[in-house]
Design a protein. Structure first.
Lengths: 218, 457
């Protein structure tokens, strides 16, 4: 198989959510001595971008996004060691820590945002649901996040978003992180009131905001 | 029949797996398989299908899905599983009715079928947050004054003595108790103290708060109704199970609450229709519900009125009303807010969809996706009742034609729908009367709908 065909197969494996196909072609990358970073950027990531576009158009939904991400990870199990052995690394657009605030166990919206961010090349650390404020901050410090994304789906848990921001200020860490907020009851008005850096009404908007904020920092 | 302790035991002994594995290896693949095997297909041209065989087929798909997937317990990381025979037995033994309210306001909330001309059980109001006790009282009193109201939902409070309510906090407990007392008193002012409140406890997110504020000395009765939520999708936790345990011991009405998300784990409209129907089975088996409240929404728009959600709602409402004896309140989340025309177009479409699809109950459609604080007025409640009654005069086919015309009016605007006015911006807080502008808008929209063929009594 030629390089073009292998990279094409990697992209289509992502679109189809076909782990076996992705693994088979990742092995071809290695045996054919194709640059593994090229395989990621021009094969796997291309497939993720196609799925991301379909999602934005409403032709694909969370299951397709998750399957694509799962297939991506399956291929990376083989490619990542080779990339590291060559002393290279996959360029990430940035690191986002995302979670649902304390008292709230809703996660679907958060999962959609996390997966869409991944399709756009961000490293996303998802700390799950029902997180006290300190948890967000400690984890953000650990993974060196640039953005903290706070999800809340109930009016009674929205104060948790304000609490994270206030706690960051108390710990003199506010300037270190961008904080964006989202979730059903959250509005731009609320985001402005609590001093958040951004509000995303949808997953696509969340990506745009993160890109804009990190672009400003650069 | 299984009792609740049997369910709890299954939460302790069922197959163990991570939540991610439940979603990725059980829920999504089996849903995909069932949708294909049963040929469940979204029909874009007909948001309200008129095909009883398709409705029964969807029910069978949901039955298979439920018996293969089960319900995930987040606290034990195990799956509560049911055999097909157990699900069918639960259906066979379900009473199909809920006794609610006291005295002259007592009633039987029962079943309807698609194309049924019987007026549905009219559930009025919402748990949308009210920032002052005065507004909450005015709203609830106005709901009680709607003569046709069979039950009501009461407002949630977001602060107590200026302290914001946070889930699971003492402030939430104080506010929950206060909210319940306001609800009862407001109904007394309306002359309907026996009217059942069926969205208990709107201010309380945590189980401990719900249980504590339910103590009878605060005014609640077992003939009211408590909402116990599922966690999307097809999950439960000990908090919800504790509420169920308490309410069962008291003999109170339990309302199983669900909100399948089109675009989330359910995928597109076909998968959402299957899961929406399966939730009614979950409501019977796990929540032990006397009734159900469900509000499917679109993941991107956060509302129930995009065309694909209407289809999923209609299809699953038909499947459930034909096959599962569970009185369900089908609730619509509306993109447009109070005092906007789009609110009324969307609400009309949603009520035509559900009422003609056999919805046992219609609730006041919730403006601005139920998230605008002070974002509901008595006008929306009044319209909900009038429109539900008007919708009951149509069959599915006629309703479908009307919904298609209504979609032309609002479909392209959903994403940018205005959130409208707060209560205090279009109503007099002291007198509880609407502004002249809102009255004009309301009458204008009703005339428009009447010209379309919708006859209001």
């Amino acid at each position: 198989m030629g390089q073009k065909e292998i990279l094409g197969n990697l992209a289509s494996a992502i679109v189809e959510g076909d782990n076996d196909k992705a693994i088979k072609n990742a092995k071809e990358v290695l045996s054919s001595k194709i640059d593994p970073l090229k395989a990621v950027e021009e094969g796997l990531s291309k497939g993720m971008a196609i799925v991301g576009e379909r999602f934005e158009k409403g032709d694909a939904f969370l299951p397709e996004l998750l399957m694509a991400a799962d297939t991506f990870n399956a291929a990376m199990v083989l490619l990542k060691p080779e990339i590291e052995a060559q002393k290279k690394q996959v360029t990430k657009a940035g690191t986002v820590l995302i979670g649902t605030v304390k008292g709230d166990v809703h996660n679907i919206g958060k999962n959609i945002v996390a997966t869409v961010l991944e399709t756009h090349g961000f490293e996303v650390i998802d700390i799950g649901v029902d997180n006290p404020s300190l948890n967000f901050i400690q984890e953000a410090e650990k993974v060196k996040a640039q953005v903290i994304a706070l999800s809340s789906l109930m009016t009674t848990t929205m104060p948790g978003q304000k609490e994270v921001i206030e706690t960051l200020k108390e710990m003199h860490l506010r300037e270190k992180y961008f904080v964006i907020v989202g979730g059903g009851p959250v509005t731009q008005e609320w985001a402005d009131k609590i001093g958040a850096d951004g509000y995303g009404r949808s997953a696509v908007q969340a990506v745009e905001i993160v890109k804009k904020l990190l672009g400003e920092r650069i | 029949m299984l009792n609740f302790l049997d369910i709890y035991e299954r939460a302790l002994k069922g197959p163990i797996m991570t939540e991610k594995d439940f979603d990725m290896k059980l829920f999504m693949p089996i849903l995909n398989k069932v949708v294909k095997a049963y040929g469940i297909q979204y029909d874009r041209e007909n948001p309200i299908p008129s095909d009883d065989r398709a409705a029964d087929n969807l029910f069978n798909a949901a039955l298979e899905f439920m018996s293969q997937v089960g319900v995930y317990c987040q606290d034990t990381n195990r799956v509560i599983q049911f055999t097909r025979a157990e699900v069918l037995e639960a259906i066979k033994e379900a009473p199909g009715r809920c006794l609610a309210g006291e005295g002259k306001d007592a009633g039987v909330f029962g079943m309807r079928k698609p194309d049924d001309r019987k007026v549905p059980w009219l559930h009025v109001g919402s748990g949308i947050v009210a920032t002052t006790e005065e507004m909450a009282t005015n709203l609830i009193e106005s709901y009680g004054c709607i003569a046709e109201a069979n039950s009501i939902s009461i407002s949630a409070l977001d602060s107590i003595r200026g302290i914001p309510v946070m889930a699971g906090s003492p402030a939430e407990l104080y506010a929950a108790i206060r909210g319940v007392k306001i609800g009862r008193e407001a109904l007394r002012r309306a002359g309907r103290p026996g009217l059942p409140i069926m969205n208990l406890i709107s201010t309380a997110a945590a189980a401990v708060t719900t249980i504590a504020a339910s103590a009878p000395q605060f005014g609640l009765r077992p003939t009211d109704g408590w909402l116990v939520g599922a966690i999307s999708e097809m999950k439960i936790d000990f908090g919800a199970m504790n509420k169920v345990a308490y309410l069962l011991n008291w003999g109170a009405n339990i309302g199983a609450e669900s909100s399948p998300i089109l675009g989330g784990y359910c995928g597109g409209p076909a998968g959402t229709a299957v899961v929406s129907t399966a939730y009614v089975l979950m409501g019977l088996l796990v929540h032990r519900g006397s009734y159900q409240l469900t509000f499917p929404v679109h993941f991107k728009y956060g509302c129930s009125t995009p065309r694909d959600v209407l289809w999923a709602v209609s299809a699953s409402c038909q499947a459930a009303s034909r096959n599962i004896p569970m009185p369900v309140i089908w609730l619509g989340y509306i993109a447009g807010g109070p005092n906007t025309k789009i609110f009324f177009y969307e609400s009309a479409a949603y009520l035509l969809c559900t009422v003609t699809s056999g919805a046992p109950s219609a609730q006041t459609p919730h403006p601005a996706k139920a998230v605008k604080i002070d974002g509901i007025t008595p006008m929306e409640a009044k319209f909900g009742v009038e429109m539900a009654k008007a919708a009951s005069k149509f069959d599915r086919q006629k309703a479908n034609e009307l919904v298609i015309r209504l979609l032309e009016k609002y479909e392209s605007q959903i994403e940018i729908a205005p959130t409208g006015s707060k209560y205090q911006e279009c109503y007099d807080i002291i007198t509880g009367k609407p502004s002249q502008e809102y009255l004009w808008l309301y009458n204008e929209v009703k005339e428009e709908l009447t010209r379309m063929g919708i006859i209001f009594e």
